[in-house]
Design a protein around this ligand. Structure first.
Ligand code: CA
Length: 236
């Protein structure tokens, strides 16, 4: 049995919630974090969720594979570019994307940007995706530490996003499910405000963990829009 919980909040600072998210058919899940001036960011993330939903709706009976999730993101990429072309005020908008799809045996995921997928297994939280951000590159090449990355002044700079170039590179992967697995898809409004160890602690609880995670981010300051989508395999 698969249970899912979705929570989002504008936060205490921003005027709009530019995060978008959905629990989709076929045990698929999506979270997006829009960027770009004026209404652009919120438009890009909403187009992404809409396009991904349409892609999955139109998919037929074949099981969703890893590459299908990447293709869904690329379809959204085309839709965002087309909208920006038609409406000059929206040019420069873009969005992150993280997708998860589950069947009886496997988890499959795809992502672009710094929205994240985490897996809680046997009580331990593991970050499945690696951010496409400047600070992640600086951590990888040893220029700065993980601790320095958390407070880096340019931590918002993404190295990849959806809707800003013709063919963005999409990362994807898959792995076998284990009983009791729990997944978290979230935006940086959560991970910038709440440490991984606190996320791990909250993820052990049953019930609407997504709401609890968002409340934690708000209590910590809520500097950004915050979205958490939690998927539990055991139905807890
Ligand atoms: Ca954000």
């Amino acid at each position: 049995m698969i249970k899912s919980y979705l929570a989002t909040d504008i936060g205490h600072v921003r005027k709009d919630n530019e995060d978008a998210s959905a629990i989709l058919p076929r045990h698929a899940f999506v979270v997006a974090d829009g960027m770009g001036g004026h209404a652009g960011g919120g438009t890009a993330s909403q187009i992404l969720v809409h396009s991904v939903r349409q892609y999955i709706d139109d998919f037929g009976d074949r099981a969703l594979q890893e590459d299908d999730l990447a293709q869904a993101i690329l379809a959204a990429n085309r839709d965002i570019l087309a909208t920006a072309f038609e409406k000059p005020a929206l040019r420069g908008m873009g969005t992150t994307a993280v997708l998860l799809a589950l069947d009886k045996e496997k988890a499959r995921w795809a992502h672009v940007g710094d929205s994240r997928l985490y897996l809680l297994r046997a009580g331990k939280l593991r970050q499945v995706t690696r951010d496409h951000s400047l600070v992640e590159e600086l951590v990888c090449n040893g220029t700065i530490t993980e601790e320095e990355a958390r407070v880096h002044p340019r931590k918002n700079i993404l190295t990849r996003a959806v809707g800003v170039e013709v063919a963005p590179k999409v990362d994807s992967g898959s792995f076998a499910l284990a009983d009791g697995d729990r997944f978290l898809l979230c935006t940086d409004g959560l991970t910038n405000m709440v440490e991984d160890v606190e996320i791990q602690n909250l993820m052990q609880n049953t019930g609407d963990v997504a709401h609890a995670l968002v409340q934690k981010a708000l209590a910590a300051g809520g500097h950004d829009n915050v979205t958490a989508l939690v998927v539990a395999i055991d139905g807890a």
